[in-house]
Design a protein around this ligand. Structure first.
Ligand SMILES: [Zn+2]
Ligand SMILES: [Zn+2]
Length: 281
């Protein structure tokens, strides 16, 4: 089965494949594939835009088995319900998120319990880890392919709880937000109340917070890191990248990439540090 066309080559049955369709305050969506099953973590773009991005890398929307929504904010949930119906894909979120979105856990979606493993078909599964993010019941996603591959998708949190750090220490791939540069945020035009919200416990991770987290969880089997959900106003890719790289230095020999608002640009496999650059059709 050639899941990702356009020169991406064969499916690697022991690897998980992670592809950001795009990331930022205007929308987030990340494909995770076990080779046999594909899940979309968040569906924050319009249905049309999501299908366009999938089509660009040769993914048939109907081949997506499940959509997992981390929390109710529109940049993560936008087209999830419509997409699940259009593609006949299972829709997963926790009860708090279902309630906020008006989805019926009896008929409209499958409600998971935090910290409980959720099967997504075949050997693909994930564990949702609650993270603090204001006015929401947000979760980080730790996905597994049952063959030793583990990938984390971590966005929209003011700080990382201890149990999340424990899980990250076992992941081969970590996609984590690096939302803002502290100086840019504080010197920027946002009102003080918004600055406090973004930098507070329920806000987003700054570059230096993300750098600190990565310093604590770095380990030999971590192949790749993707920094995502960068603020266009309060951050810049080169600042985020250098701050995180400086924190992990020689301990990390894998690939560090930045996911931008307009993607997809690359795919990572677990067990392999080099990403594949995507030629968009
Ligand atoms: Zn959010
Ligand atoms: Zn967000």
């Amino acid at each position: 089965m050639d899941l990702f066309k356009g020169g991406l080559g064969q499916t690697r049955y022991h690897s998980m494949q992670i592809t950001h369709l795009g990331s930022g305050s205007k929308g987030n969506a990340t494909l995770i594939s076990s080779g046999e099953n594909i899940a979309l973590v968040d569906s924050g773009f319009s249905l049309k835009q999501t299908e366009k991005r999938l089509g660009g890398i040769g993914i048939e929307p109907n081949s997506i088995d499940a959509i997992v929504v981390t929390h109710h904010h529109k940049d993560h949930s936008n087209s999830a319900l419509r997409a699940s119906k259009a593609w006949d894909a299972e829709l997963h979120c926790n009860l708090g998120t279902a309630k906020r979105l008006g989805w019926d856990p009896e008929t409209g979606c499958s409600a998971f319990g935090n910290l409980q493993r959720v099967d997504l078909g075949g050997s693909l599964s994930f564990v949702p880890i609650p993270v603090p993010h204001e006015d929401s019941e947000n979760v980080a996603i730790i996905a597994s392919n049952g063959k030793g591959g583990r990938a984390a998708i971590v966005t929209d949190l003011g700080e990382a709880p201890a149990d999340l750090l424990g899980h990250l220490k076992k992941c081969n791939h970590i996609s984590i937000e690096s939302n803002y540069d502290h100086t840019r945020l504080m010197q920027g035009p946002y009102p003080d109340s918004l600055k406090r919200r973004i930098s507070g416990r329920g806000g987003h991770l700054s570059n230096s917070q993300t750098a600190g987290i990565m310093r604590r969880v770095i380990h030999e089997k971590l192949d790749s890191i993707v920094l995502c959900h960068l603020s266009e106003r309060n951050n810049a890719p080169h600042i985020a990248e250098s701050e995180v790289l400086m924190a992990i230095e020689e301990a990390f020999t894998g690939d560090l990439s930045i996911s931008k608002q307009d993607g997809p640009e690359f795919t990572h496999w677990t067990g392999q540090s080099e990403p594949t650059r995507l030629a968009i059709a």
